[in-house]
Ligand binder design. Structure first.
Ligand code: ADP
Ligand code: MG
Length: 319
């Protein structure tokens, strides 16, 4: 019911950026080749995400806003090896409980689209090409206590921008666009990874960074890591992805920091974009609903692998 969903929303929907994260991940899970994001007033007034993915048929649409309705996990075995970004089936229900939410979608085989209104769950025919438009307006309009915790428009937008960048770095193969208050702030065509990294981190970052390329058994590390001469504000320059998912994880951060400390004395704020790939069964992404932390089955081996791979790469550069 609404109250349960509003309480659950407290875990998932902290601010506009958390809405954007969930809705963007759904678009990625739907196999979208192009995703467009429109924000108004830092996402508080409106978040609209348009994708050209598989769409949702009428029956699924009725369930999409219900709690624990997911099309992605059919068995416990699936949960062991989550291949999609989402799998809990909680996000849309939570979002719809605290914002005016509509979903318009046209599934591949459908002759036209359908729209569901989150306020009364009514479904009506609509016009749309294949894909989905999720619109989330007036965040926390019915929970004023939460609204008070929202920061300025600029701050909320900055958090949305962070979320957008993480998806954009993880998926250079997807065309992505972001607009804020009607002004386009990112327009990213599908491109090779290095080009996407350059578009988001700057050409100078890629030009001076060392390319990281290492594997050991089931572990693979790829990406770019800066040399010490390259300095920029640290907040937006450190990206770690595990199986395509952005994470901020103590173990990984520690391994990176140790490698830098050993090689480049005094380089406190390295910039990096690193992608770790491993068997999904070796990593638990189920730790927290916001899914920014992970737990590794072989934590020590992962730490050692990253530490040595990075140290080797930085040392080779002769720094
Ligand atoms: P989860 O992603 O954990 O399954 P969500 O609440 O985020 O749960 O979404 C519920 C369901 O709605 C998804 O399982 C999926 O079937 C459907 N869905 C949501 N967004 C999209 C989209 N953009 N394209 C296709 N299906 C979607
Ligand atoms: Mg989801």
């Amino acid at each position: 019911d609404l109250l349960v969903n509003q309480i659950a929303a407290g875990e998932v929907v902290e601010r506009p950026a958390s809405v954007l994260k969930e809705v963007l991940e759904n678009a990625v899970d739907a196999g979208a080749r192009a995703i467009e994001v429109q924000l108004e007033q830092g996402g508080v007034r409106r978040i609209r995400v348009t994708d050209d993915g598989c769409g949702i048929d009428r029956e699924e649409l009725a369930l999409a806003l219900e709690r624990h309705a997911t099309s992605k996990i059919a068995s416990l075995d699936d949960l062991e090896r989550v291949g999609t970004m989402g799998f809990r089936g909680e996000a849309l229900a939570a979002i719809a409980a605290v914002a005016r939410t509509t979903i318009t979608s046209r599934a591949e085989a459908a002759t036209h689209a359908w729209r569901i209104d989150g306020s009364d769950r009514s479904i009506a025919p609509a016009a749309l090409n294949q894909g989905t438009v999720v619109e989330v307006a007036d965040l926390y309009f019915n929970t004023p206590a939460r609204r008070k915790f929202l920061k300025t428009e600029a701050t909320e937008y900055a958090h949305c921008d962070d979320v957008f960048r993480r998806v954009a770095l993880a998926r250079p193969d997807i065309s992505l666009q972001l607009a804020h208050n009607g002004r386009v702030t990112h327009r990213l065509p599908p491109s090779p990874a290095a080009q996407r990294v350059a578009a988001l981190m700057g050409d100078d970052f890629v030009a001076q960074a060392r390319q990281v390329e290492a594997d050991a058994g089931p572990l693979r590390l790829a990406g770019f890591a800066s040399l010490p001469a390259y300095s920029r504000s640290s907040r937006d320059a450190q990206f770690f992805f595990v199986n395509g998912r952005f994470v901020r994880d103590k173990l990984l951060t520690h391994a990176v920091r140790e490698a830098y400390a050993d090689i480049l004395h005094g380089s406190r704020h390295p910039a990096y974009v690193l992608f770790l790939e491993l068997d999904p069964a070796g990593v638990d992404v189920n730790v927290h609903p916001a899914k920014i932390e992970v737990r590794f089955r072989e934590a020590r081996a992962v730490h050692q692998f990253i530490y040595h791979a990075l140290k080797r790469t930085l040392a080779e550069s002769g720094a």
